[in-house]
Design a protein around this ligand. Structure first.
Ligand code: SF4
Length: 150
């Protein structure tokens, strides 16, 4: 805040330098085996809500027959790399629950399901995927979130 004030008041937003991160965001991800399991509390429906209730409020919509706007460069990466090493982080960083790992009834044959219809266009998956395997492209026809109360 102090720097922001200095930049605005003293330098008038024209600082002749740029602060940069030393690494891309996806490079900061640590393997699941090195991290503690977080037991998130269940949403109480009063001050916290489940993802899909919040997605519903966003009114997001995409034409059903449009080309998919979430593209995987390599379809084997989500299970062979992301699930194996990072416990499929796309299931947690996506705020809309677009990415889900589904398995057979016996727990075998894991696969990634992408419900692109629910996408909120935050582009987190494009930035955060550990192998940079997901590309978010602009959907056709102005589809996407449309918050009616804003
Ligand atoms: S852009 Fe955001 S909401 Fe859409 S799939 Fe990626 S992470 Fe989820």
């Amino acid at each position: 805040m102090l720097y922001g004030g200095l930049d605005l008041k003293l330098l008038r937003g024209r600082a002749p330098w740029t602060f940069r991160h030393r690494h891309a965001d996806h490079e900061s991800l640590k393997p699941a085996a090195e991290m503690p399991k977080i037991d998130y509390p269940k949403p109480d429906g009063v001050v916290s809500f489940d993802k899909l209730s919040s997605v519903y409020l966003s009114n997001t919509n995409h034409e059903e027959d449009q080309p998919v706007h979430l593209r995987l460069a390599d379809t084997t990466v989500p299970v062979a790399h992301n699930l194996a090493l990072y416990d499929a982080p796309e299931q947690r960083y996506c705020p809309a629950g677009v990415y889900e790992i589904l398995c057979d009834e016996d727990g075998g044959n894991p696969r990634l399901q992408i419900s692109a219809q629910n996408c909120l266009h935050c582009k987190t998956c494009d930035i955060k995927d550990p192998k940079q395997n997901i590309t978010w492209v602009t959907p056709e026809g102005g589809g996407g979130p449309n918050y009616p109360g804003m």
